[in-house]
Design a protein. Structure first.
Lengths: 151, 742
């Protein structure tokens, strides 16, 4: 019995066991590969997406959990990299290897949606769910502050 | 670039070559004999005129420039083509970067004997002069063609970005216009060092540009090998021996095959693969397999215990009767000077195993041909040359039967440049077994358990001081687990059996210490080891700088003053030290409960100084780093903002190495599994990091990892300043801090 839900505004249907991690459905079936596999355990945030507008580890979200719901991936955040967070990310030259950055951006966009003018401590607390092994944290922080300022 | 493109490209290259020397290595520059072929143009792009294997120019002015290095976040994919474009005097907006095909004699890294291998922060250093020369050659070809067309002497022509200008007549030709009629000489023009631009006239080098791949890294379109799918492929997962050299004994094949979606298993030399229709079925099958598999205890590392080994290494380092296996570095007469010294100070230090934790778990896709005599491989690798040779050996075919498609890397840090690396071998062997393309993904747990680690080292040092307190002798014995003989025996042998990955950094070249000696005590645990960001420098500079701080405290001199004295013959070193001391207000009193610690390092020819401001929670044992100031002189900063970014990042990496990252091994196997028991730096752990680039006119040197080794000694020295106690191990974990504080 396929599970139907929406991804980036589009209706999709996935025929996989209900306990299958959403991450693999998004990446290997729907072929939206901007969402990354990092740890499979909700520890690194590389797989971060939005479910009904709130961030969620897609590796910890089962397919059954999203039935009838709206999933947004990095590809759906904006059609042309024009989301304030994406613009700030380029202005501050954040990415290095880039692998974690989809998840970082999805976390940051979620933060600013809930809290358009976060304090530095609020940014740090929220973003500490995501690991960046290249160590771009100082620039992530600056980019979020910029996005909050310029949005 | 497609297969056909590379074939055609190779044919052109071999047709006519002009060999030109560069630093004793041979570079080939091929020209196309005026046939106006599109040899070097990537598939699907506008056609252009191949002016050299490094560039082609399309009539619309688009300039395609080859990128010979792989991109793992360090920015070489931008900075190397930019160096070429500088001397070509190209309009950077018209440049398109093309990953170079695997043709070592043209694109090989001079720092690694011409292998295509991106490591050691060598790319900009090693390619700088060759790429400038090649860029200048192409510019000269364009100038010669314009001179011929206009009938004017070459000397009357100049260039502006992507234009040749004849000022006398006011005429101009764009590079694209010239490309449309250009005749290509049979031999590349002779460019001498004096023909290159003066550094003061650089238009691109030293000015920040947007990294070429960055826009794709904010919208999910950057492609890593884990993102690829190949028609007809299935998925593979692998249960590997927990210990290097172990082989599979029994497993319950029926139970694995009962998992829906699993199509088969494959017994390989060091593990068992699961083949499945979907990624999740492969992982589910692997989970079942893990419960039933048993291992033959073949291989050396079974029984190995890293804690016990560390104690044994330390005892060997301390015991002068245990012979050194290699006189690694010798200058003056350290033993003699020690014997005559007024004071001898001893120090002992230890550094643990650590894991790369690149964010992209290792993966590869292989497609072995139906007859089994050729293979295509897709992977992210620092070393296309090694990847090709690895796949060829795994399949037992000549290397020209391997086609490698390399991609962006989700982090490298030294993990992806090994010979015969498992993630490639497994993909090839599983594709061979399945007779179809297979995408093999490691889980994070696989990536940790099969990690190749920064080695353990134990260090015993003695410094001899004369009656005035001047350091006259420096003597070290280092017992450490071998790296290079394991990671690449071919390179180890070619390089005269020197384990540079383990040992570099023990030499104190910038310091005025006349007599120095470091002996290596070779140890082979059988454990998988690897270069890891900072290589030997991370352990060896920690040890040297922490020990110097000890000496400064024993002598009652300011640690910064001590370094300034030692750097009396190294003005660039003094400059980075003096500036960082200003930035941090060194000498002023820190906030209550805080302390400063200082370190200086020379890494290759890059010079850095750092100051950490820390506090310690005595109850939890946690060291909190509040600020980290850093200066770096890496010569000409080709992309200054990227030098800052790399230095910030390598400092963050160094903080992890200094404070929390530790792999322990029991019975030969890694004990840690994922980011819950192998913690890395998160935003909450990061101090304010202040980096200043000291630009000089020197040949550019490395910037990709130089901050990493700077951190631990600065933090260690701050801890000593704060508590009066010396921590003698990295990482400086809360448990160790509490032990030190009693």
């Amino acid at each position: 019995m396929p599970t139907t839900f929406r991804v980036n505004g589009r209706a999709v249907s996935a025929d996989a066991p209900p306990e299958t991690p959403l991450l693999w459905i998004i990446r290997e079936e729907i072929k939206l590969t901007g969402t990354k596999f990092g740890c499979g355990a909700g520890l690194c945030g590389a797989c971060m997406v939005h479910v009904d507008g709130k961030r969620a580890f897609s590796c910890q979200t089962q397919l059954a959990d999203v039935a009838g719901r709206e999933v947004t991936t990095i590809e759906g955040l904006s059609p042309d990299s024009s989301h304030p967070v994406q613009k700030a990310w380029l202005a501050e030259r954040v990415p290095q290897c880039g692998y974690c950055q989809s998840g970082q951006i999805m976390s940051a966009a979620d933060l600013l949606k809930q809290n358009p003018h976060p304090t530095r401590d609020e940014i740090v607390a929220h973003m500490s769910a995501n690991i960046c092994r290249c160590g771009t944290y100082p620039r992530i922080l600056r980019a979020i502050e910029r996005a909050a300022r310029e949005a | 670039m497609t297969m056909q493109m590379i074939d055609r490209f190779n044919a052109v290259v071999s047709r006519r070559q002009v060999m030109i020397g560069a630093a004793g290595l041979t570079f080939a520059i091929a020209v196309d004999g005026g046939s106006k072929s599109d040899a070097a143009v990537p598939a699907g792009e506008a056609k252009g005129i191949s002016l050299s294997p490094w560039a082609s120019i399309a009539p619309d002015g688009t300039i395609f420039v080859m990128s010979p290095a792989t991109e793992m976040g360090q920015g070489s994919m931008t900075s190397l083509p930019l160096i070429f474009a500088e001397e070509l005097d190209a309009d950077w907006d018209k440049v398109r970067v093309v990953p170079a095909p695997i043709v070592e004699r043209i694109y090989g890294n001079p720092a690694f004997g011409g292998a295509m291998y991106t490591a050691g922060s060598t790319a900009v250093t090693a390619y700088f002069t060759p790429l400038r020369t090649f860029g200048a050659q192409v510019r000269r070809v364009l100038l010669d063609n314009a001179a011929r067309k206009w009938g004017v002497p070459l000397a009357e022509l100049t260039t502006e970005p992507s234009q040749v200008v004849h000022a006398k007549s006011g005429r101009r030709l764009s590079y694209g216009e010239i490309a449309a009629f250009a005749e290509i000489p049979a031999e590349a023009p002779d460019i001498r060092p004096g023909d290159l631009k003066r550094t003061s006239t650089f238009r691109l080098i030293g000015k920040d540009v947007m990294r070429v791949e960055l826009p794709n890294k904010v919208n999910g379109t950057a492609i890593y090998s884990i993102d690829l799918q190949i028609p007809g492929m299935i998925y593979g997962a692998m249960v590997q021996s927990p210990v290097e050299g172990g082989t599979p004994d029994n497993f319950d094949e029926a139970a694995v095959k009962a998992v829906p979606g699993v199509v088969g298993t494959a017994r390989l030399p060091y593990g068992v693969g699961v083949l499945a229709q979907t990624a999740w079925a492969a992982f589910a099958g692997k989970a079942v397999l893990e419960q039933t598999i048993s291992w033959n205890r073949t291989g050396k590392a079974w029984g190995f215990d890293s804690d016990k080994a560390m104690d044994a290494f330390a005892a060997d380092a301390r015991d002068l009767k245990v012979p050194v296996t290699t006189d690694w570095f010798k200058q003056g007469d350290a033993e003699g000077a020690l014997a005559k010294a007024a004071t001898v100070i001893e120090g002992e230090y230890r550094c643990d195993y650590a894991y790369h934790a690149q964010m992209e778990p290792l993966n590869a896709i292989a497609s072995v041909s139906p007859s089994g005599d050729a293979v295509q491989v897709w992977c992210g690798t620092q070393a296309p040359t090694m990847a090709v040779e690895t796949a060829a050996k795994a399949l037992g075919v000549p290397r020209d039967k391997v086609t490698l498609h390399y991609t962006l890397l989700g982090g490298g840090f030294g993990r992806r440049g090994h010979r015969d690396d498992g993630y490639i071998v497994i993909a090839v062997l599983l594709s061979k077994a399945a007779k179809r393309p297979v995408k093999v993904m490691w889980t994070r747990e696989d990536d940790v358990h099969n990690g190749k680690l920064r080695p353990i080292t134990a260090h015993y040092l003695r410094a001899g001081l004369d009656s005035s307190g001047k350091i006259v002798a420096w003597h070290q014995r280092l017992a450490g687990d071998r790296v290079l003989p394991y990671m690449d025996p071919v390179r180890y042998e070619k390089g005269g059996e020197k384990d540079v990955i383990l040992m570099l950094g023990v030499e104190l070249r910038s310091y005025d210490i006349a007599s120095q000696y470091c002996g290596q005590i070779y140890r082979d645990s059988g454990v998988r080891t690897s270069p890891l960001r900072g290589i030997g420098f991370t352990a060896n500079k920690f040890v040297a700088e922490a020990f110097l701080d000890e000496i400064a405290r024993r002598r009652g001199v300011d640690p910064v003053q001590l370094r300034l004295e030692l750097l009396k013959n190294t003005p660039r070193g003094r400059a980075v030290v003096e500036r960082v001391a200003q930035m941090a207000n060194w000498g002023t009193k820190p906030a209550d409960g805080h302390a400063f610690g200082f370190a200086f390092i020379d890494y290759g020819s890059s010079l850095l100084a750092g100051i950490a401001e820390i506090s310690v929670d005595r109850a939890s044992g946690e060291i909190k780093v509040h600020n980290f100031w850093c200066t770096i002189d890496c010569g000409i900063p080709v992309q200054p903002d990227n030098v800052i970014a790399q230095t910030q990042g390598s400092i963050v990496y160094g903080l992890g190495m200094a404070l929390m990252e530790r792999v322990s091994i029991k019975d030969g196997a890694v004990e840690q599994s994922n980011f819950y028991d192998y913690q890395v730096m998160r935003m909450t752990d990061v101090p304010d990091i202040h980096v200043e680039v000291i630009a000089t006119d020197n040949h550019p040197t490395g910037a990709g990892q130089m901050g990493t080794p700077l951190v631990a000694p600065a933090v260690n020295s701050a801890f000593a300043a704060l508590t009066g106690k010396r921590l003698r191990e990295t990482p400086m974990t809360p448990e160790r801090v509490k032990r030190a504080l009693g």
